[in-house]
Design a protein around this ligand. Sequence first.
Ligand code: EPZ
Length: 449
Amino acid sequence: EIPLRLVGSEMCIRDRINCECKSFYKRGNDMSKLLIQGGKKLSGSFDVPAAKTAYLPILAASVLSEEKVVLHNYPGFADTENMCNILSSIGVKIERQDDCLIVDPTSLFSWSIESELASQVRSSIFMLGALLAKERKAKVAYPGGCEIGVRPIDIHLSGFRKMGVKVEEKHGYIYCDASSIHSAFLTLDFPSVGATESLMMAACLCDGETRILNAAKEPEIVDLQNFLNAMGAEVHGAGSSEIVIYGVKKLHGCEYDPIKDRIIAGTYMIATAMCGGDVLINGVKSANLQALIDKLDKTACLIDVKNDKIRVTRGDCRLGCLGKIETSVYPGLPTDLQAQLLALATISEGTSIIVENVFESRFKHVPELIKMGADVHVCDRVAVVRGCNALYGASVCGMELRGTASLVLAGLVAEGYTTVSGVKHVDRGYNKIETDLALLGADVKRIDD
Ligand code: EPZ
């Protein structure tokens, strides 16, 4: 006979144990770590894979086709794998052939994306625009993605509503009825990459002329336009702030080779600037990284550009002061390189000011860098970084994709050994980062506890 209060506390203890077990189990799922011995220079050549942020909307848009679509150079990041799972869950057949994906949307049988899949990635939200265009209805659970801010979807939804879509949000799902969808002139409150892509897809099979003003201008938006047009769509103006879509009756299959990942390229350019050495980055148009090149060239390293080859060299000179770094929408400095640049700033001369203008909570890597000896103070969206002579190895934990990448870069230059946990985050956007870096001369190993 256990007195009620004990039962309460026992229940509480049991719950806590269960909870810890569960959380342990959850932690157990991603116990792998990266073990890095710092101090190695980087050298060699790196072929950049296809871009995650190009592949994800293109995978969603493949649903619009009446025939098979062949996508080349599939990168196999965790996020693209999750997107393939989402497509398979609604009947899209996906076959891998060498480095291609053959996507067959002709057996699509559902317009509903469940929470356990949708919540894995931010890009599940793209399925709304694609399903509304193709099926005229959709039920999609709220998206997941890196925890770098609230990441609302209001701009997506207000665009759909202006196109006559009935949108209802309840029980964690977005229910849409697009039976009376029509073209519209839309002005985005913010040049949101995802909202621009969602609305481009929604308008493709919708009679009439749709205009998207204050559209995002990222290279991945241009790539989505080129993919849609390869399927027979009529999309123009991507890369500028005004995109025009003339709706067509249906789209046919195509073969397509998405652009390369400028953020991976930028990450390894920064890594070379930090470690010293001589690395040739192949496959990315330098124009897609001009803001980074302007920031790094002659302060942190020497950059030589020839077509889609970017050569980064740094000798033994001290890293110059980066000064003020402000992230912005394209063509400004990408927010997805902020964490990596902050890691660079921790060992650069003088004091750097880093302003994160795109996401409101994107400094989660800072406390971990401080464990490695970095001198950083954060207030709201501003980080003040006083350069130090050296970082020292420590056990650190990644919390989101690019922040975890920045901890890896810090480990490459830190004295001694660094272990980086939270590897599942970096796997979302880099395919075996340890292999990429080891091929360039770094001492990085993945250890599974
Ligand atoms: C895309 O996210 C990328 N993700 C992000 O990459 C990238 O950082 C971001 O664009 C900016 O370039 C994918 O493409 C899957 P946004 P997205 O809509 O579309 C606010 C990485 O590391 N906003 O341009 O979610 C939003 O909160 C990831 O690879 C609204 O307020 O970015 C943010 O503050 C991280 N309402 C700002 O706009 C909306 O409806 C930019 O977001 C939509 C966005």
